[in-house]
Design a protein around this ligand. Structure first.
Ligand SMILES: Cc1cc2nc3c(=O)[nH]c(=O)nc-3n(C[C@H](O)[C@H](O)[C@H](O)COP(=O)(O)O)c2cc1C
Length: 355
């Protein structure tokens, strides 16, 4: 017989013999998964929190590390290289587990000198891994490789993944069409992107976008991924320092409640539908130029909305996976639930295999 656990109504299918402890915080039936990525990064579980602008600060990244995964502090959320050094000091006071730094670049803005200075800090501080995104990591690689830093490049197409492999990155994260944040221009779903990438590449592939539970996790590993990367699922956690109003709105958000902004400037970003998203879509439909569009969405509006709790005041990146998330959990509970559900599903699949 199966029960549907009370705190995971839409998500956890747990046979009655495997019920979670009360609160679901701990379960000794969860399995451990050893992959090329757990080995490469020295982490317990192949579960990654992708860098999130304004959100991925020391506290939540430390929490992901303490739960056995790994997260990335977004350097771009900080003003100066000195601030990044300070943030690294802060996370080291919070955890002795591995963590990384996200270096996001905006294609239209070229390569800011600041990004190279962030690389210097990464190397000098002995950080072991960076997540690069937004444009080719090529100009960053000499510094990072010389400093012994592993580089995971996040992208949205197999073609660019092959280039990244040729340039010498250590792993790639492929994010599919349903992901939160920038989704590229190919519009390919993770279900197709991941097996394609695994077949084409020799370096480890991480599956990103559209994952929040054991089904997505196990599905990604079954497709050949060596880890999963999530954004939205970690955004909707207790430890995430955004206002409760925003978390509540995200919990209400259905899979059909996201919108793609910035498609007219060829840099689409998937966000929750809200007033600001409507405004942006309206000016894009009117043919607004780059300057006007960027002024509408940027300028630190995200940080202000996250702090003040105005769910309509900024473009709030969010994946379609929000439709499968109906409560705010702790980071550890997100990780534990994935592993528990994956173990249950493995048993189920074994049971289904006949002959
Ligand atoms: C609120 C939010 C902010 C994000 N900011 C960044 C960022 O600054 N840099 C980056 O590389 N990716 C960013 N992302 C993308 C995530 O790292 C990750 O690739 C994505 O969320 C995965 O899809 P999912 O949300 O479906 O899990 C962001 C995502 C969200 C939801």
């Amino acid at each position: 017989m199966q029960i549907i656990h009370s705190y995971g109504s839409k998500r956890l299918f747990i046979p009655s013999t495997y019920q979670l402890n009360s609160g679901g915080e701990k379960s000794n039936m969860a399995k451990k998964f050893k992959t090329k990525i757990t080995e490469m990064l020295g982490i317990e579980h192949p579960i990654i929190c992708g860098g999130m602008q304004w959100i991925s600060r020391a506290e939540i990244v430390a929490e992901v590390g303490n739960a056995g995964g790994i997260g990335f502090i977004t350097a771009e959320s900080l003003e100066t290289p000195a601030d990044l050094r300070q943030e690294i000091k802060k996370i080291r006071d919070l955890t002795d587990k591995p963590f990384g730094i996200n270096l996001s670049m905006v294609p239209e803005f070229g390569l800011p000198a600041r990004t190279l200075q962030f690389c210097d800090v990464v190397v000098e501080e002995g950080v072991k891994v960076v997540e690069t995104a937004g444009r080719s990591p090529e100009p960053l690689l000499p510094k990072l490789k010389e400093g012994g830093v592993k580089v995971i490049h996040k992208l949205t197409s197999v073609k660019h993944a092959l280039t990244a492999q040729r340039l010498g990155v250590d792993a790639v994260t492929l994010v599919g069409f349903g992901s939160g944040g920038h989704i590229g221009n190919d519009n390919v779903a993770s279900f197709i992107l991941i097996p394609k990438a695994v077949a084409a590449l020799d370096i480890p592939v991480i599956a990103g976008g559209g994952i929040c539970n054991g089904k997505g996790f196990l599905g990604a590993l079954a497709m050949g991924a060596e880890a999963v990367l999530m954004g939205t699922a970690f955004m909707i956690t207790r430890e995430c320092k955004i206002h409760q109003n925003i978390k509540d709105r995200l919990v209400e958000t259905k899979e059909t409640d996201t919108a793609l902004l910035l498609t007219t400037i060829m840099n689409p970003i998937r966000c929750m539908k809200n007033k600001l998203a409507d405004e942006c879509l309206a000016i894009e439909a009117e043919g607004a130029d780059f300057e006007k569009i960027i002024t509408t969405v940027a300028g630190g509006k995200g940080q202000i909305a996250y702090d003040s709790g105005d769910p309509d005041g900024a473009p709030i990146a969010c994946g379609q996976i929000a439709g499968l998330i109906d409560e705010v959990k702790s980071v550890r509970q997100v990780v534990d639930d994935i592993l528990t559900e994956a173990a249950v599903l493995l048993n189920r699949l074994n049971g289904l295999a006949v002959g």
